[in-house]
Write a protein that binds this ligand. Structure first.
Ligand code: SAM
Length: 335
């Protein structure tokens, strides 16, 4: 998203909002990643209504963004407008200040608790996931193919649809100026949050939402990744059409899934709905979504086992070029 200038009055409001001890501590904490009200309550040792009041002021001054994730609300430092005045202020704060030091220590403890909760969630799922993993090429091989397919083209705005544990964001997030992960599952997003924090990727945004109704404006992202998600969906074509609407001119959608297979048991044990996709099918869906199939590739399963799955990778490309924008094709409305 493009950075914008702050007007004089916005800057004044933002500076006034930040000029209070708890609020400046909240801003310093949010500079280190997204936090919920209960995280902040625990770290700052103040009551929830007080913290909520401070957050409301910071949101009104557009220094902080709020987004809902089920019953929870998460807060993050805004990136645009008056918020750009505040990051340098936070960066110049003395890290050894006793308040800031104590806040950082408690933040680390909150993150440790989250990571433990994420690990126990995984421990429950691991037996099924390990079984699935053993059926296809190692993840490192698939990830190398993902990087190769994307090539060296720069990425400004990245969206990972069905981000799950955030693996694709870990792989690609640091290449992008803005990176966002969307998933329907709060439990998965909690794991993703813990993983991204562990990897030091604290500016990546995570959103809870439905792939069929993604909560983003059109023409926003230049790279969208849909990695091992489409086989869970009733209507993968519709999900691709929705994704295509989010692409800016010349943007790309990278899909990684399985080639057609007959492992019916994956429906019962792993909740798969679709038993893989052919390249012919994928090309037809990409065309329907207004995209060209720029690359299709198959990654063979490891040799020798039974019940093996081929991983397929397809790269769809928006037909509009940058010079078409904002004069986009008539059926592709510009937001
Ligand atoms: C197997 S995981 C893949 C996660 C990740 N892309 C990866 O490859 O590691 C599939 C993810 O898709 C998410 N998902 C399934 N249906 C969805 C929907 N309708 N909207 C958003 N996310 C969805 C699930 O919650 C799950 O986290």
């Amino acid at each position: 998203m493009e950075a914008t200038h702050a007007s004089f009055s916005e800057a004044l409001e933002a500076l006034k909002a930040a000029a209070e001890e708890t609020r400046l501590r909240i801003l310093a904490l949010l500079a280190q990643g997204e936090l919920s009200v209960s995280d902040l309550t625990e770290i700052l040792g103040q009551s929830q209504p007080r913290i909520s009041r401070h957050l409301k002021l910071l949101v009104e001054a557009e220094l902080v963004e709020r987004h809902r994730e089920g019953a929870w609300a998460f807060f993050r430092l805004a990136e645009t407008g008056a918020a750009r005045l505040i990051r340098p202020v936070i960066e110049t704060l003395d890290r050894d200040d006793p308040h800031l030091f104590a806040d950082r220590t408690r933040l680390a403890a909150v993150r440790r608790q989250r990571a433990q909760a994420a690990q126990s969630f995984f421990a429950r799922l691991a037996p099924q996931w390990d079984r699935l993993r053993s059926l296809h090429a190692p993840e490192a091989v698939v990830e190398a193919a993902v990087l190769e397919a994307l090539g060296g083209k720069p990425v400004r705005n990245l969206l990972d649809l069905g981000t799950g544990t955030g693996r694709m964001l870990q792989l690609l997030g640091s290449r992008a100026i803005r990176a966002v992960g969307l998933d329907a599952s709060h439990a998965m997003l909690s794991v993703a949050r813990a993983n991204l924090e562990k990897a030091g990727l604290t500016r990546i945004e995570l959103r809870q939402g439905d792939i069929y109704a993604p909560p983003f404006p059109r023409n926003t992202f230049d790279l969208i990744v849909v990695h091992q998600v489409l086989h869970y969906l009733d209507d993968p074509a519709r999900a691709l059409r929705e994704a295509a609407q989010l692409l800016c001119p010349g943007g790309r959608v990278l899909i990684v899934d399985f080639a057609p297979h007959n492992l019916e048991f994956l429906r019962e044990t792993q909740a798969h709905r679709r038993l893989g996709f052919s390249t012919e099918q994928m090309k037809a869906w990409l065309t329907e979504a207004g995209l060209d199939c720029a690359c299709a590739r198959e990654i063979a399963p490891p040799q020798g086992g039974e019940n093996q799955l081929t991983v397929s990778l397809w790269l769809g490309e928006d037909r509009r070029t940058l010079t078409d924008w904002p004069l986009a094709a008539p059926n592709r409305e510009v937001a």
